[in-house]
Design a protein around this ligand. Structure first.
Ligand SMILES: Cc1cc2nc3c(=O)[nH]c(=O)nc-3n(C[C@H](O)[C@H](O)[C@H](O)COP(=O)(O)OP(=O)(O)OC[C@H]3O[C@@H](n4cnc5c(N)ncnc54)[C@H](O)[C@@H]3O)c2cc1C
Length: 530
């Protein structure tokens, strides 16, 4: 250990690790302080019952940036992705619809729902693919600041010009997609309510907004941005679980020279003469550093690790107003057999076992669930999506057994009455019973379960409000507005303090981009003597 570090990173989530890699590789003495006994944050694999392993957070890899794969040599270190199967959508009246990743197969499956929609689908996919391609280059760099305060801002804006020129025909669609609701966008393209909810449910996955809330259409891009059309790796499951991603990232960071301390809970960021000067651990140990990079979310960083008197009042007000309340419950089930659809006669593995199984409903009903959630009422028969990671890697459970991972939506962090500690088990029972209507053998096959309400996610993973993405991803909290306007370049009002987690551009998901972009800005300041 050293008595003064060049860099201390608060948090060893995947973005903290990505930042650590780039900063250590540049020769800076870099220390990562992670409060848990393991690195990885919301991207880990943990044993939740004897012999059963799963992630309390991220379960599919879809957007890890190409530069992170390359620079950290993740493929050479052994990271693999097993492509997800098609997603099966099941509706309250028992109708089922499979959404295929392959465009031709998708159009064939849509045909029985609506011939018009089947004809419109390729054009819709192509449009989203084009918009995603326009945006993807922006993920890999600091969001350009429209205030053009200096030469760097000006040159970042100038670099955008050729891209905007090349893609100018898509600009109106892009602007529309960012401002309208998922429902309105889908209503414009399709007739079938089943197809619209199969495409649009994601608009509610990490927010209290409903599909009719303006600004939610942007979520429709997720698929296009992660699939082949967007240049990503597509949706996939990682053999060994998502923890393999962060274990290998930590290996790369250590090899580059970073030191990682786990069980190191930072209680306070030290400020001296208006600049960040170190971190104080919960036990009182003081660690000095020239620069501090926080991987914790914006609210945690600015409202709990710092004294608000050290920050401008307007900035504190903007951080308080930043929306960061989760609305999802996560469950991991240890089961004795694969769940099976009602009336399924064939035994063995079916294509839907390899993908997502969504128990869903029309967008108008999802709107009602979200409205109730905003009032503090968890949906009784919520949208839920299931996947079975053991189909992709049987070693995650004892032989012949499986893990079923479930995301349950419209479960607000803030309840109207009572606490999640009071209703956790009851809410989980209700979900499992409801799933039994569609997958009749599921309830009786459950051997163990792990239930993580938004409150549990906050307690266990230090996600303020239990928010999966360190804050809503909506047009007013994205790009040069994330986390708050004027501070989207990973810097903060305090000299020497930076933010590198999902609460910065380009937002949440396992991308590694936030950590890398932040490291680029820190290195600029080091070079410029700031
Ligand atoms: C239930 C759930 C499901 C998800 N599903 C997916 C998915 O399938 N695919 C996907 O791409 N993304 C998914 N996500 C989102 C994704 O996991 C996150 O956006 C991403 O992991 C955030 O990474 P991060 O490094 O920015 O922050 P985090 O992973 O939150 O890491 C922050 C780290 O900082 C540490 N920390 C915080 N405060 C302190 C402190 N005071 N002292 C020391 N350490 C501290 C935390 O312990 C944590 O390790 C999901 C998230 C959740 C919660």
């Amino acid at each position: 250990m050293t008595d003064r570090w060049d860099i201390v990173i608060v948090g060893g989530g995947h973005n903290g690790l990505s930042a650590a890699f780039y900063l250590a590789r540049a020769g800076l003495r870099t220390l990562v302080l992670e409060r848990r006994e393991m690195v990885g944050g919301a991207c880990v694999t943990e044993e939740f019952a004897p012999g059963y392993r799963a992630s309390p957070g991220a379960y599919v890899l879809s957007m890890l940036r190409g530069s992170i794969w390359r620079d950290l040599r993740l493929r050479e270190r052994g990271l693999r992705v097993d492509q997800s199967g098609p997603s099966l959508n099941i509706y309250p009246d028992g109708q089922a619809f499979t959404l295929h990743g392959d465009r031709g197969q998708a159009a064939d499956a849509i045909w029985p729902l609506s011939e018009t929609d089947a004809r419109a689908f390729p054009e819709y996919e192509a449009l989203l693919g084009r918009i995603a391609m326009s945006l993807i280059p922006l993920l890999d760099r600091t969001a350009p600041d429209p205030r053009a305060r200096n030469i760097r801002d000006l040159s970042a804006l100038a670099r955008l010009a050729p891209l905007a020129l090349r893609r100018r025909r898509d600009i109106p669609d892009l602007a529309y997609l960012f401002t309208t609701s998922a429902k309105q966008f889908l209503d414009e393209h399709f007739q079938s309510e089943i197809l619209k909810s199969a495409l649009g449910w994601e608009s509610i996955s990490n927010t209290l907004a409903g599909p009719s809330t303006p600004g939610t259409a942007y979520n429709l891009l997720h698929e296009a941005a992660s699939g082949g059309s967007g240049g990503g790796v597509g949706w996939g499951f990682v053999p060994g679980g998502m923890g393999v991603v962060t274990t290998l990232m930590a290996e790369a960071a250590r090899e580059a020279g970073a030191i990682i301390r786990t069980g190191a809970d930072v209680s306070r960021i030290l400020i001296r003469d208006h600049r960040a000067a170190g971190a104080v651990l919960a036990g009182g140990e003081e660690i000095r550093a020239t620069r501090i990079v926080s991987n914790a979310d914006p609210k945690r960083t600015f409202l709990t690790l710092l004294d608000s008197t050290d920050l401008p009042p307007g900035f504190v007000a903007a951080v308080r107003a930043y929306r960061c309340e989760g609305a999802s419950m996560k469950m991991n089930l240890a089961v004795s057999e694969l769940p099976r659809l009602r009336d399924e006669h064939a035994g063995g593995m079916q294509p839907y076992h390899r993908g997502l199984i969504q128990i869903t409903k029309p967008l108008s009903e999802l709107d009602r669930d979200q409205e109730a959630a905003r009032a503090g009422l968890p949906a009784e028969l919520p949208h839920a999506e299931l996947c079975i990671p053991t189909v992709h890697d049987p070693s995650l459970a004892p032989e012949g057994r499986h893990v079923v991972t479930i995301g349950v939506r419209s479960q607000p962090y803030r309840l109207g009455t009572g606490t999640w500690d009071d209703i956790r088990e009851q809410a989980a029972d209700r979900v499992i019973t409801a799933l039994g209507d569609v997958l009749p053998n599921l309830p009786g096959s459950v051997l163990h379960r792990e239930v993580l309400t938004p409150l549990d996610l906050e307690r266990r993973l230090a996600l303020t409000g239990g928010h999966h993405l360190h804050g809503d991803m909506a047009p007013d909290q994205l790009f040069f507005l994330r986390p708050v306007r004027g501070f989207a370049d990973y810097r903060t009002p305090l000299v020497g303090l930076y933010l590198c987690g999902a609460g910065t551009h380009p937002g949440g998901g396992v991308t590694g981009a936030n950590g890398r972009n932040c490291a680029t800005e820190v290195l600029r300041d080091v070079k410029g003597g700031r």
